[in-house]
Design a protein around this ligand. Structure first.
Ligand SMILES: Nc1ncnc2c1ncn2[C@@H]1O[C@H](COP(=O)(O)OP(=O)(O)OP(=O)(O)O)[C@@H](O)[C@H]1O
Ligand SMILES: N[C@@H](CCO)C(=O)O
Length: 320
């Protein structure tokens, strides 16, 4: 489960006492997630989420993530709100890790998104992009084209042990993407990991977004491409164009894509597929001994890339 750092009850109680949020009544490690350690805390006033930031989060980036959640909340996006301690601080240290407390959002993520969920997501993504437009901090995307090369190098020798031919499929994808990657698309703050597990619904309505720890500045349409990967494929690896149409249509009802973004969509979708294949592959090949977290399947993204490699235009993704 995704609790990498142990925290004693006494440490947690003392930590909660730094805040004006009531007294700690219970604390539970949260099993979901793979990146950070998360605890659900209940005080006599409310529920909160405590996150201890683990290996992949650079401490220097935390002001960006925390500031972004505050910025978005102030602009009507339902997302966790960082809680200030009695001295006004949001960023803390606990058990030797950087830590922050945020408000608890109600709702549930969906395992198998339907067409309606994809439309809700498209609308929320465009609203998120609009709300982020005047956010002043900046963070480069460490997992864009330049960030893939070291991941390819780290995994090249053992990639074929995961699936025959995988190393050469990755090399071909990367060569094509290096040559075709667009550099002048409209950009802004993107979520960059808006998978179904990071989106809450109450009934059929989207009720909140979480997990901003990959957020960065990059092409806005790349965020849409990530969501097409994460939401619109079926378990057999086929792309559901009805879901794609619903997502893109709802996105464009808020922020129409430019002609250059429409043209770039297949390349962006292929890049997004490669990004998640690579991070999953590196994790898969480097599971620490005794780890309790099961790594995510890299080959799910190899299958999705099978679609992207043959997609010619945005129409293949459902763009009218
Ligand atoms: N503010 C919140 N309100 C309610 N539940 C939350 C909140 N933040 C996190 N959670 C719960 O904790 C789980 C893990 O959170 P999160 O996705 O941020 O962790 P992570 O380790 O960064 O995961 P990921 O693998 O998606 O990167 C979520 O699936 C959700 O159940
Ligand atoms: N969403 C990522 C996990 C880490 O955020 C994936 O599915 O590979």
């Amino acid at each position: 489960m995704a609790v990498y750092t142990d925290v004693s009850d006494a440490e947690l109680s003392a930590f909660v006492d730094r805040y004006d949020i009531g007294r700690l009544q219970s604390a539970k490690g949260i099993a979901e997630g793979v990146e950070n350690s998360n605890f659900l805390l209940q005080t006599d006033r409310a529920f909160f989420i405590l996150t201890l930031y683990e290996k992949r989060v650079n401490e220097a980036d935390l002001p960006f993530f925390i500031g972004l959640m505050e910025h978005l909340s102030a602009r009507g996006i339902t997302c966790p709100q960082p809680v200030h301690d009695r001295e006004g601080n949001t960023l803390q240290r606990l058990a030797g890790r950087p830590a922050a407390m945020v408000t608890f959002l109600s709702g549930m993520s969906v395992n198998r998104p339907g067409v309606g969920h994809c439309a809700e997501l498209g609308k929320a993504l465009a609203q998120f992009h609009a709300a982020g437009a005047d956010f002043e901090l900046r963070r480069a995307n460490a997992l864009s084209l330049d960030g893939w090369r070291p991941l390819i190098e780290q995994s090249r020798e053992r990639a074929d042990s995961v699936s025959p031919g995988l190393a050469s499929r990755i090399a071909d994808d990367f060569a094509r993407l290096e040559q075709a990657w667009p550099h002048d698309l409209p950009s802004g703050v993107i979520h960059a990991d808006l998978f179904p597990n990071n989106v809450f619904f109450l009934g059929d309505r989207l009720s909140g977004l979480i997990d901003f720890y990959f957020a960065c500045n990059d092409a806005l349409a790349y965020d849409l491409a990530i969501c097409l990967n994460a939401w619109c494929f079926e378990t057999d690896g086929s792309f559901n164009i009805t879901k794609g149409r619903a997502m893109i249509g709802a996105y464009e009802a808020v922020r129409p894509l430019t002609p250059a973004e429409v043209e770039a969509l297949p390349v962006l979708a292929r890049g997004a597929g490669l990004r998640f294949l690579l991070t999953r592959l590196v994790d898969w090949l480097n599971v620490p001994p005794g780890a309790l977290v099961k790594p995510l399947d890299p080959l799910e993204y190899d299958r999705k890339l099978g679609f992207h490699r043959h997609a010619a235009t945005a129409a293949d993704y459902g763009r009218a």
